[in-house]
Design a protein around this ligand. Structure first.
Ligand SMILES: Cc1ncc(COP(=O)(O)O)c(C=O)c1O
Length: 342
């Protein structure tokens, strides 16, 4: 554990995202990006609530003694069995984005409170979640009308893991339309959930744009929820892998970097390369026994880094420059490995 989560005090959300400082901001973390019990315990103790995307995540959080009122079942397309069990466990809040889901909820757990997830387009997002979830704002009206007819309780809307601040502006404008329409149908619309998508390197600009957009669109403050996943989790873990093999490209005329093979790869802890195109640059852990061996060349070296499988797709980094030669048995350190996006 390299960076302590307490560096990101959960109060940050209230102060930075809530333009009204209205004390109506809930801190929620998405469990899916890292369900490690130590991280979840720390979050729970910091009064962070939980966005659970599956029944397994709900069970895990409940087993920690977290009250079900602190959980959102934030998956808009749930299995019937999951809906039934979540309701039996007293989870109160879930999301929807389509008409069939409303029918299911009406039949199985009509007492649930609902957040309408609307589509937020962000062509720059590493994972285009809008392709899978979210009702276009034009459809939102039809869905709200149906929810009213079925006497379900819609209490707000959720936006999505956009990573482009402008996508948030449009999403907040759409949210306002949904709120206005919901209120015209006499829904008690109180919750604006801006979803996830925050990262260390984009939090400040996103929060700035979001605050302005919210205060422009909403004259009276809704309860504001954000569901960051990787923002909380990624700095929580540093990964250490061992070099198990090496290929020196000597005698090959092309200037290919030398190759390192590690004991973990894209089919394990480096899957973020597939899922979100993450790049990985390690550093050598300079253990006392390797700090000054005469055999090591301490000049800069280029390497490609590979996982342990026989699959040639299992390439962690096509090319990295290390400050020294890397040898079999060395340990390499990869930072910010605690958050995945699924
Ligand atoms: C509804 C919702 N909330 C939160 C998250 C967490 O996203 P991130 O890890 O990008 O913050 C996601 C990502 O899939 C999501 O779909």
């Amino acid at each position: 554990m390299d960076k302590c989560l307490a560096e990101y005090p959960s109060i940050l959300w209230s102060v930075t995202l809530d333009p009204y400082h209205s004390n109506k901001t809930d801190k929620i973390s998405a469990v899916k990006c890292n369900p490690d019990p130590k991280l979840l315990r720390l979050l729970a103790d910091m009064d962070v609530n939980f966005d659970c995307a599956s029944l397994a995540e709900i069970e895990q959080v409940l087993e920690m003694g977290v009250d079900p009122s602190r959980i959102i079942f934030a998956h808009p397309c749930k299995a019937r069995s999951a809906l039934l069990i979540a309701a039996q466990r007293d989870v109160r809040l879930t999301t929807f984005d389509n008409s069939d889901e409303l029918d299911k909820i009406h039949e199985i757990s009509p007492e649930l409170e609902l957040l309408l997830r609307i589509y937020a387009q962000d062509h720059t997002a590493k994972v285009a979640l809008g392709e899978k979830f979210g009702a276009p704002v034009e459809i939102a009206r039809t869905l709200l009308k149906k929810a009213r007819r079925l006497e379900l309780k819609v209490v707000g809307k959720v936006g999505s893991g956009a990573s482009n601040p402008n996508a948030f502006v449009t999403a907040v404008q759409h949210a306002k339309c949904v709120f206005d329409y919901g209120k015209s149908l006499e829904f008690d619309m109180q919750i604006l959930d801006v979803g996830g998508g925050f990262e260390d390197n984009n939090f400040e600009p996103m929060a700035h744009v979001l605050r302005k957009a919210i205060s422009r669109e909403f004259t009276s403050p809704p309860k504001l929820i954000a569901e960051p996943g990787r923002f909380y989790a990624s700095g929580f873990y540093t990964m250490v892998c061992q070099v198990v093999a090496r290929r020196i490209q000597k005698g090959i005329t092309t200037k290919l970097p030398d190759m390192l093979y590690l004991n973990d790869g894209l089919y394990g802890s480096f899957s973020m390369k597939w899922s979100e195109g993450k790049t990985f640059v390690p550093t050598l852990i300079e253990l006392p026994e390797i700090s000054a061996p005469a055999t090591r060349d301490w000049k800069r070296h280029r390497y490609s880094i590979w996982g342990p499988t026989c699959d040639s797709m299992d390439c962690i980094s096509k090319e990295v420059v290390m400050n020294q030669e890397i040898m079999i048995g060395d340990w390499l350190k990869f930072q910010d490995m605690g958050g995945k996006r699924y």
